[in-house]
Design a protein around this ligand. Structure first.
Ligand code: 4AD
Ligand code: MG
Length: 477
């Protein structure tokens, strides 16, 4: 007989037929009841062992964490909360697990503890749910763009350019020290240490994406990006995944529409395809909220937050309007908003963003038209000469989810901005070619994938929504 997955068996009504499953033991009670999980769902299937006819030395090896094969008969379960169970006729050990040494005990572990054993945490229900949702969101993104005729481009991980002009790059170098180019005083020549060139890990696929968009019309990228920022926050990673659509013949308005449509599409997809996982995560959060004092509890549950986001238009306003709101806001007890009274031109700190989305509007906000001095060189200069056609989408509980803009398509304006901002034109000659030959209005944005997963799963630390988080002093694998 063929092995079946536990998620299929749990829905099966083929009682009294022979079945075979393989999985990992979660618990083994009274030498009789195995809770078995194979990763296909969070739920376990109960396996009932006939302990009178099972050798003692085999029973001893059915321990938490052990991998086993079970053959038996599928029967209706009398137990509470389960509809089927397996009456085992044969149990085989595939891989032993020393219960004394196995770090995952059959109890609720804290997320902090699980971060220490990140190599095993996928075996918990919470991480099973989070990574199923992550998978569904990734799939939904591809489906969204595919349905709309976008071409999926793979932009390079190793590049010679700094797309954001912020200098937050990891250098790529060879370890072939004997042949590494040296300066006269014997030091590594960083301008040529990657086979004669200076290169880094990409911070964004945007510039390459623009090349493709001005050929295919509509493209998107979805790949790993890297930021060498030494920040230890719950929202930043040194390696994160970014989705970057880029559309020719599009302006900021079209860009905002695309972003809002995409967010709603993928959240709604996750709700439809991960109902069980989201219900589990919703309950998990409700339990956590109960531990908090009444006045710190969140007004909406996770599922209500998702619905709220789906059923409401994102609030659109300009940076200038946002500053006015912040200026008029009373400083809270910690006086977090005080210094914004300084006013126009200041970059928004995460406290300000959170005030706007969580306290003032209480919904996702699209902020547009930032001062040019706090944004990247490629953003299109508005007619006022002071602001650029930028947009940041801010989400409750997350802050900045998306950053994007209409791009500066006018060669003369772009090169002037590059000069002002110290962005080397000779290195970006290929980028400037898109403006030399058939330039068109175009726009795009970048969605931080882990921040999306945070919002949809209700997790609070970005290190818990990526399999192998990279941050300063991160784990050794
Ligand atoms: O705002 P950013 O830096 O924009 C760009 O890179 C543009 N080139 C995108 C574009 O227009 N094609 O980054 C985009 C998004 C942010 O809004 C945030 O969600 C996420 O990427 N992000 C990070 N996520 C996790 N860790 C970090 N260190 C991040 N930095 C940015
Ligand atoms: Mg940004």
């Amino acid at each position: 007989i063929r092995r079946q997955q536990i998620n299929d068996l749990l829905k099966s009504t083929a009682f009294n037929t022979e079945v075979k499953v393989m999985g990992w033991v979660k618990t083994f009670r009274n030498n009789q009841f195995i809770a078995l999980n194979d990763g296909s769902c969070m739920a376990n299937i109960q396996v009932v062992v006939d302990f009178n006819n099972t050798p003692e030395n085999l029973l001893k090896r059915i321990t938490t964490g052990a991998a086993i094969t079970v053959e038996g008969i599928l029967v209706e379960s009398l137990g509470k909360g389960q509809t089927v169970e397996i009456k085992a006729s044969k149990v085989e050990i595939l891989g032993d697990s020393d219960a004394e040494k196995y770090p995952l005990q059959p109890k609720k572990h804290s997320l902090e503890f699980l971060r220490e054993i990140a190599h095993l945490r996928f075996r918990t229900n919470t991480f099973n749910a989070v990574f199923k949702v992550r998978h569904a969101l990734a799939f939904a993104i591809h489906q969204f763009y595919n349905e709309r005729g976008f071409v999926y481009m793979h932009t390079p991980v190793i590049t010679a350019s700094d797309a954001e002009g912020a200098g937050e790059m990891f250098r790529v170098t060879t370890l072939d020290f004997d042949h590494t180019p040296r300066t006269e005083d014997g030091k590594v020549d960083f301008s040529a240490d990657f086979f004669g060139r200076s290169t880094n890990l990409t911070v964004s696929g945007q510039l390459e994406g623009e090349l493709a968009a001005t050929a295919f019309g509509k493209i998107y990228t979805f790949g790993p990006t890297f930021r060498a920022e030494n920040s230890n926050t719950t929202r930043h990673l040194a390696e994160f995944w970014m989705i970057e659509p880029e559309v020719a013949f599009a302006d900021l308005e079209n860009n905002m529409e695309l972003a809002e449509d995409m967010m709603k599409y993928v959240i709604s997809y996750a709700k439809d395809h991960c109902a069980e996982e989201l219900a589990f995560l919703n309950n998990r959060l409700l339990e956590e909220e109960k531990q908090k004092p009444q006045n710190e509890r969140s007004e909406l549950s996770l599922l209500e937050k998702l619905d709220f986001c789906l059923n409401n238009d994102f609030q659109r306003l300009t940076y200038t309007e946002a500053i006015d709101i912040l200026k008029a806001s009373k400083p809270n007890q910690k006086k977090q908003f005080k210094y914004l009274i300084e006013g126009w031109g200041a970059d928004l700190q995460s406290e300000h963003e959170r005030y706007l989305v969580e306290k003032h509007f209480k919904k996702p906000v699209i902020l547009t038209d930032y001062p040019k001095d706090i944004k990247s060189f490629y953003m299109r200069l508005n007619d006022d000469g002071k602001t650029v056609a930028a947009m940041d989408i801010l989400f409750p509980g997350i802050g900045e989810m998306i950053g994007g803009s209409q791009r500066e398509e006018r060669l003369d304006v772009l090169t002037k901005r590059m000069e002002e901002m110290g962005v080397p034109q000779d290195e970006l000659w290929w980028y400037l070619d898109t403006r030399r030959f058939g330039t068109v209005p175009h726009a795009g944005f970048g969605l931080g994938f882990e921040r999306l997963v945070l919002f949809v799963t209700g997790m609070t630390n970005i290190r818990d929504v990526i399999a192998f988080p990279r941050f300063p002093k991160s784990a050794e694998f």
